[in-house]
Design a protein around this ligand. Sequence first.
Ligand code: 5AD
Ligand code: SF4
Length: 554
Amino acid sequence: MRPLQCVLRAQRCLRRGPLASVSWLLLRTCRAHSSVPSSACPRPERQQEDGVWKDFSSRLASGPTFQDFLRSASVPPEKPSSPEVEDPPPYLTVDELSGRQRKVYLETYGCQMNVNDTEIAWSILQKSGYLRTNNLQEADVILLVTCSIREKAEQTVWNRLHQLKSLKSKRLRSRVPLRIGILGCMAERLKEEILNREKMVDILAGPDAYRDLPRLLAVAESGQQAANVLLSLDETYADVMPVQTSPSAASAFVSIMRGCDNMCSYCIVPFTRGRERSRPIASILEEVRKLSEQGLKEVTLLGQNVNSFRDNSEVQFNNAVSTNLSRGFSTNYKAKQGGLRFAHLLDQVSRIDPEMRIRFTSPHPKDFPDEVLQLIHERDNICKQIHLPAQSGSSRVLEAMRRGYSREAYVELIQHIRESIPGVSLSSDFIAGFCGETEEDHLQTVSLLREVQYNIGFLFAYSMRQKTRAYHRLKDDIPEEPSKRSAADLCGRNDGNLKVIFPDVEMEDVTDSGLRVRAQPGDYVLVKITSASSQTLKGHVLRKTTLKDSTAHC
Ligand code: 5AD
Ligand code: SF4
């Protein structure tokens, strides 16, 4: 087995400190070293003696305050230079860190956040001297940006890795061997399990480790596996301008926050993407301005909980005012305070270009203050569209999911949104087959769908995820195939192996002189088909039969 190089370096090393705070540190250093000449670094005692101190203190009084330094510390450096040049690790040369025109093929799985993350990863690699290719065959590096939200999403990536295996073995003897990397949520969730299971994977980079990609790839060049799955409390890639995959696109994603603190009981996101943190408003506005100048017509503000946005980087806004949640909503975490909130951001973003459409996804129903709704209503360029994930229509299931609201509170919020934004388009996510969900719970979800009349619904079968609260505390007791039939229905397969659903009622048994019986597992029954969907047939039962007898009726 190849050695695994798993470097969990402090993320701080990889980022440059804001300029203002650096200069403040220099001032302190100066005062501590008496050997520095007084012209370069005035020592207060001596200068007081010769009268210069008076002048110095008056200049100090009219100069920038400590608050100014902290405030400007939130603004990212204007021209971030490539991390690899500024901060090469001691064991790699600048040349080894450089991409040297090697071609990278990027493939994205999962949500829009991953689309944006792909652009961020590419921006970092491009600066480091890599080229991009859309042709798998000519790639020197293949990177898969992965998703872990459901088992199926991960299985797709495992299947893809199997396909890539043969490509890699063909290239084993070539001058530049093919390197394969797993980026994003799967890297974070499975860590070295991926490297052990698939020896052909060279690098792993979690969602907060993309700045480290040039180093990871340089280590992989020496034939070692390399991984960085360190999660950060403050990484927002604020200074990385994503490079759009399609340069002619009319719309773009702008990431405004990362991670999630909600801890819904079924969800892996807080474990793969870490703690919630918001990107400083100044850098978001700068990115949107640039996109507007490039002629883009639509931006979608992205995050796991966009409307929980809270920019705490500007000190003067860090007051002790707690957040007002939507009525009837609660959180699994301690109330957060202060900072610039989503309404402020939306207001600022929408003012940049009145002809640029603004969308946002995904919000959480708990954070919909009236200011946000009013803004959406008032501004022509903020789309009247809200994605409002309900997850279930049953209060009992919502409680087990730890969503922090009841069906009634959710419906009340929908009514309030409809009153505030007439004609609003609504969409939602739902999970079917959550732990302990009954037929009655499921029907309540169906009734919520009917009641709200969403424009779009995204329906997912529950997929148990390790580490989550549901995994540890609840029983995944719903069978794999979520039932489309009621408890009063039975299900069998016809000769063509199609699923057939029919009511569980008494019928004539031709095999036993016309007795009235109910179907039992293993019986053959004759069913008259009355309707069909893409996957199943529905009908009513005629009689219990034998294969021979049923053939006579065909
Ligand atoms: N199983 C099924 N669906 C899930 N989602 C999140 N976690 C799971 C899971 N374990 C769904 C939720 C969420 C959407 C992005 O994915 O509906 O809103
Ligand atoms: Fe997952 Fe809930 Fe956070 Fe959405 S809000 S990412 S469902 S934990």
